[in-house]
Design a protein around this ligand. Sequence first.
Ligand SMILES: [Ca+2]
Ligand SMILES: [Ca+2]
Length: 392
Amino acid sequence: MRRTLEMILLISLSCVVLSAPVFGQRYTFFPHLASGGGWTSELRFANQGISDVMGIKITFYNSDGSLLMVESNLGAGTDISFSLPKGANQMIRISPHSTPVSGYAVITYPSEVSPVRATEIYRYAQRDTVLAEVGVAQQEAGSHFSFPVEIDSNTRINTAVGLLNPAVLGAGAQTIVLNLIKPDGNIQATATKVLQPGEHYAGYLNDATANLFPGLNSFTGVLSVSSPLGAAVVALRQDADAFGGISTDSGPLMGPFLLSGGTVFYSLEPNDNFVQAQTISGSKIISGTIGTLGDADIYKFTGRKGDLISVLCAAQSNGSDLDSVLEIYSNSDLKKPIAYNDQNGLAPQGDPLNDSFIQMALPENNTYFIKVYDYWHDGGSSYIYTLHVKLP
Ligand SMILES: [Ca+2]
Ligand SMILES: [Ca+2]
């Protein structure tokens, strides 16, 4: 299915307030905002469509998720609302704070098909001399991102990330998983970052206090970032005294999570509900079919708090008709998945888009369930899949 965000919203919010106007809004993010201490941020919006867009709202937050007061050319407050007639554009210049603040901004558009483009421009100046300037486009929330990373302490090259768990997605606390992928496709190191709803982290990947990759002084490769229910990500590269933006592509690097060899575990019906779930342990390649309309296949395993697991579903990338959806459930709440993925984010114009991938850290010692089904609740003999399940 092509729209991941609305499904995340549906799943996360429908459990809370059924009457909430879940559809009809689009959220985008500036996952990092800097103001004061030489930093200024400007936000620029342009209506690319042929209709007026009324009631665009930008809300500002501190890194801990509390509201951030800003002063701007459109007035002062913790949020700014404005409308953009067709073809119009609007610049918002945030007056530098008297002491440096770090935070983020959430943009709410009244329609999920909003044609408004937005860019944030960070600027760092000292004594009226601009030393660095970088533009970052508004970011959509997603489950997976990957982007090039370089760290070389000798030549003062470094990479910083901004990670945001947007409270508007209603996901609750999330553990973000970060993988450093070497040029040969192997994982060099994996780190996790817990973000409460509305919380934001910004800093260098090797920052000693952030506990992501402390002591990492030399690395060239890719960072692959995954979140169980959707996050927003931005990355910046520093080269001595200059810095610039890095394009954060949607999608993870899947290769490191493919399994090979060993015996294939075959899905066996009936396995359609939590009671019938097939038990697995250790890493497994599972071969199955969503064989009938509305079929689901469920697997069960035992995990411990902090275990890193990954589940990769290969279906359309292997010629299957299955538009896979993956969900992970904890035995402590079988009504609401703790991880959800419809599309892995790869090949936005191609079929593999519809295949699913989840990487996550388990929240507690418990029994967990992996559920596979077709997005459209279809099924048949051509709806085959291969699951690559990596368990500790
Ligand atoms: Ca089944
Ligand atoms: Ca899918």
